[in-house]
Design a protein around this ligand. Structure first.
Ligand SMILES: Cc1cc2nc3c(=O)[nH]c(=O)nc-3n(C[C@H](O)[C@H](O)[C@H](O)COP(=O)(O)OP(=O)(O)OC[C@H]3O[C@@H](n4cnc5c(N)ncnc54)[C@H](O)[C@@H]3O)c2cc1C
Ligand code: SF4
Length: 554
């Protein structure tokens, strides 16, 4: 018997006479749902470890460890409260693990899954009345609120949604007016970072026997998964989650706002809080985060900027995902669907098949919208092969080390380059899904398909987020250590012009692209031809796994 099983057995109480609740990997809290309102000694929880799910995609080892270690610690914490725990190891869809349990335990309840993939898996059980879906109490807003403020049909805009939620909730409002005189301080939060004030070191957490056991399991049964496993960087207990939040409040939040858009090779997170992976599994609750922030003495641009992320963006992307059925329905048009989960280009890079077993009734591999034609496979540089671009190489190596990078690196370097090269939005989404510890379909699909790649057109953004080297140079220090010079020969800039030229027909009427489109018109034919040559050279070299250098420029 391993450490976890021993500890669980020692804490288990008599499981008889309980009402059972299924707690999936991303609802690890007793502050909402039946665990918050019913007496522990009347409740039992079912927790499922599922190697089938883990092997559906080549998930980062740190992500597997995060989920497994939190699941186990949550079970131990609940057993210590007097809740009975049924711990199951499954080897197929979750419904196949729960169905036999219903025969023994009676109907099981659960809060409606956030992940559509899990919802699809469990819906047949719910339809048969064997599983009862309860409202998910972790969200701060409802779909009805979203639709009432932004309408039932797209385009949807975060600002509209956020403004109305602020007014409805009274958060950061006084006498019906926004505190500080305006609803958003976004325009003040755009400073680059020059190394001063110092950025905090990411937090570390005690390693205990449960985490060690999870680590051994990952390195044996899941050794074929990519990414670096670091148990010291793994928050897994309730105390760890609280320590992570205390660290964020003290070390990050006072400077969160001004440096929100900055990027640096010296710090993968700068003043970002790194709480997304804990929020998304409910080790931290959004409502508590917001109320703590409101109680804190913080400069208003940081306070408002952070509240906008959690109350605005996080809720907004979830509603978009539900309203579009995971991007399957855009403007009433059904989208093409990938039948199997994608591996984000892993097989091509690793030159070996990914050993997942796909069964006929498994959830599909997600929608494949493509507003702009984009079919290029994801280059091996996203898996760690050198590209020769200092910005990309630095961020990618951090992602495979930590399972994390902050928002602007995701948007303005990783997605930007993929977009400029016409990489398949679905493949990029699958890459983000496997590589980041905070990624689940409801959050990764809107962010990549909707925002990062413009694959859903104007659904949630007014224009594609694309830029040349000037933006990256202004907001980061990557270019100082790059073999390319941002003002002289950086291919990002040619890729930007080549992108606008290639997609001119679909983008020319976008009012927000009027200025760049006019500038494109003024670019000489010769320069535009050169942009196209750079596009083809970068595409060809990166796809074949060869780095770019100034000597490869046409
Ligand atoms: C291409 C791309 C892919 C992304 N994929 C994911 C993902 O898989 N999972 C994920 O949680 N976030 C994703 N995001 C959103 C955002 O980048 C991360 O939430 C954030 O970087 C997490 O780091 P942090 O906790 O340090 O965030 P902070 O900058 O400290 O922000 C605080 C919190 O706000 C919330 N938040 C901010 N922006 C968003 C957003 N756009 N969508 C949802 N929540 C938001 C997060 O919960 C975050 O923890 C993605 C963004 C882009 C551009
Ligand atoms: S010069 Fe270009 S490739 Fe190099 S770091 Fe800057 S933006 Fe990236």
């Amino acid at each position: 018997m391993g450490a976890f099983q021993r500890l669980l057995a020692a804490r288990q109480k008599n499981p008889g006479g309980r009402r059972w609740v299924f707690v999936p990997y991303d609802q690890l809290t007793d502050l909402i749902g039946p665990l918050a309102t019913e007496a522990p000694e009347t409740l039992g929880i079912v927790i499922v470890e599922n190697p089938w799910k883990a092997d559906r995609r080549p998930y980062h080892k740190q992500k597997l460890a995060l989920i497994l270690a939190n699941l186990r610690h949550f079970a131990l914490e609940q057993a210590a409260r007097g809740v009975a725990v049924r711990h199951v190891v499954a080897s197929g869809p979750y419904r196949t693990a729960l169905e036999p349990l219903v025969q023994k335990l009676g109907p099981i309840r659960m809060q409606i899954p956030a992940e559509r993939e899990l919802w699809v898996d469990l819906k047949p059980l719910a339809d048969k009345g064997r599983l009862k879906f309860l409202p998910h109490e972790g969200w701060l807003t409802t779909l009805e609120q979203f639709q009432a403020t932004t309408g039932t049909a797209f385009p949807w805009r975060m600002d509209m949604f956020y403004r109305s939620v602020r007014r409805e909730t009274g958060i950061l409002m006084r006498d019906g007016k926004p505190v500080g005189g305006k609803l958003s301080f976004d325009s003040e939060n755009r400073l680059p970072w020059n190394g001063n004030p110092l950025a905090p070191e990411p937090p570390s957490f005690p390693v205990d026997p449960v985490k060690e056991e999870v680590g051994r399991l990952i390195e044996s049964k899941f050794a074929h998964h990519p990414g670096h496993l670091d148990l010291k960087a793994l928050p897994a207990t309730k105390n760890d989650a609280e320590a992570a939040w205390s660290w964020a409040k003290k070390q990050c939040l006072p400077l969160f706002g001004p440096y929100e858009d900055a990027m640096s090779a010296q710090s993968s997170g700068l003043f970002h809080t790194r709480i997304s992976s804990l929020l998304n599994i409910h080790r931290l609750l959004p409502s508590h985060i917001i109320s703590d922030i409101l109680d804190m003495e913080l400069p208003l641009p940081s306070k408002e900027g952070f509240i906008r992320q959690v109350l605005g963006w996080r809720e907004f992307v979830h509603h978009i995902h539900v309203a579009t059925e995971g991007f399957r329905r855009l403007a009433q048009r059904a989208q093409s669907i990938a039948h199997e989960p994608g591996d984000g280009g892993y097989e091509r890079w690793a030159k070996k098949p990914w050993p997942s077993e796909v069964m006929p009734d498994d959830p599909d591999g997600g929608a494949q919208p493509a507003f702009l034609p984009a079919r290029m496979p994801l280059p091996p540089a996203f898996w760690g092969d050198r590209s020769g671009f200092a910005c990309l190489d630095h961020i990618v190596s951090g992602v495979w080390r930590e399972g994390y990078s902050h928002h602007i690196t995701r948007l303005m370097v990783l997605s930007n380059l993929a977009r400029l090269l016409d990489v398949s939005p679905r493949e990029l989404t699958d890459w983000f899904w496997v590589a980041y510890t905070d990624a689940y379909d409801w959050v990764v699909e809107p962010n990549v398909l909707g925002m990062g790649t413009y694959a859903a057109g104007e659904l949630m953004t007014t224009k594609p987020y694309v830029s040349g080297a000037a933006y990256i140079n202004r907001m980061s220090d990557y270019c100082n250590r790059c073999q390319f010079k941002p003002r002289i020969n950086c291919p990002f800039t040619n890729l930007y012009w080549a992108f606008l030229a290639r997609h001119r027909a679909l983008l020319k009427d976008n009012p927000r692209l009027k200025i760049p489109m006019n500038s494109l018109q003024k670019r000489t034919k010769e320069l535009q031809r050169y942009d196209g040559m750079i596009y083809r050279t970068v595409q060809e070299r990166l796809l074949s796994g060869k780095p770019m250098g100034p000597e490869n420029l046409p």
